[in-house]
Design a protein around this ligand. Structure first.
Ligand code: VTB
Ligand code: MG
Ligand code: MG
Length: 319
């Protein structure tokens, strides 16, 4: 339970508008790098824009999921403090350019994303793989990451009032997911494979029109924390399990306070507070959002998605 006063809660939610500008600026900054074959420049431009804009916001913020450790990332490193001060105390998880390869190759579905939550309530997930499963509001409470995908599909189909063969399961197109794809085909359900950005797949489960019932698979842990915030706001559900692959990664988990590194992490363990929100802006066109597009006379258009605990909405803007 959060110990915040109503005023403090409102102060956190009132930051959402300022963070919309942050993600719009990051997407616009990455725009010139679409299709230029240079992931690092795209990432750098988005990161710098995000950081400059966040430093103008009245808040005491700490990056808990960012571009890396202090010694490897000059900007938005884990532990970096941002904001003008004298505002709400918050934790921030960012991915200024989620899908850098997509941007550099001019492919669909890249985003600028940010999740914000009450100070001390976001999981400090290390940069390693994480097994994930996400569903929308109607299937909340029905998932179990320790069970097989088949079992989860049965439970979700029941909750949605569908036949199991009518389910659409989204996952990253990777050989490591072959065993999952097999389970989907075995029950006659559909897969929807994508190359990158599993945050979009997770959110898609909570947006009816997108026709995605489950997001499953192993992807980045930082992206998992950001997706968990979005699903919490959207009333969906999310479960995860870190996949440390080396002794060093196991040690990092323990250092970050995860006594049992491969324990099940529920949505409420990943995001401990209800005082949180999520913002994304499309860089290239995608399933959830349109990308940045050039308009007449030096103008660009952006398309963003904001989800708070009270509501979610899409915003089209010209800059
Ligand atoms: C995952 C996923 C991300 O990159 O981290 C993926 O969570 C990396 O997967 O959304 P591979 O190691 O198989 O390439 C993204 O798709 C984009 O950052
Ligand atoms: Mg990134
Ligand atoms: Mg990423």
């Amino acid at each position: 339970m959060s110990g915040l006063t109503i005023e403090q809660k409102e102060n956190i939610q009132s930051l959402a508008g300022a963070f919309l500008t942050v993600s719009q600026k990051a997407a616009v900054a990455a725009y010139p790098w679409i299709g230029k074959g240079n992931k690092n420049e795209a990432d750098g431009a988005g990161t710098e824009a995000m950081r400059n804009e966040m430093n103008c916001i009245n808040m005491n913020a700490v990056i808990v999921i960012g571009e890396g450790e202090m010694d490897e990332a000059p900007m938005l490193y884990i532990g970096e403090r941002l904001g003008v001060g004298n505002g709400p105390d918050v934790d921030i998880a960012v991915d200024p350019v989620e899908g850098t390869t997509l941007v550099s190759k001019g492919q669909d579905n890249s985003l600028a994303v940010i999740a914000v939550a009450e100070k001390g309530t976001l999981l400090h997930a290390p940069d390693m793989y994480m097994e994930k499963i996400a569903v929308g509001p109607k299937a909340k409470g029905c998932i179990d990451i320790t069970a097989s995908l088949t079992e989860n599909m049965k439970a979700v189909a029941k909750a949605l009032g569908k036949d199991i063969s009518e389910l659409t399961v989204m996952m990253q197109d990777r050989p490591r997911h072959d065993y999952l794809i097999k389970q989907v085909f075995e029950v006659g359900a559909k897969v929807r494979l994508f190359s990158d950005v599993d945050i979009t797949g997770a959110i898609a489960t909570a947006i009816e029109e997108l026709d995605v019932d489950i997001l499953v698979g192993t992807g980045g842990a930082p992206e998992g924390v950001i997706a968990a915030v979005a699903l919490k706001c959207l009333g969906g559900d999310f479960q995860a399990r870190l996949v440390p692959e080396t002794e060093e990664e196991t040690a990092r988990c323990i250092k970050m306070g995860l006594v049992n590194p491969s324990a099940v992490l529920t949505m409420d363990q990943i995001v401990k507070s209800n005082d949180c929100f999520f913002v994304a802006t499309g860089i290239t066109d995608g399933l959830l959002l349109k990308g940045v597009h050039k308009k007449e006379t030096d103008k660009v258009s952006t398309h963003s998605f904001v989800a708070t605990m009270n509501h979610s909405h899409f915003i089209e803007a010209r800059h």
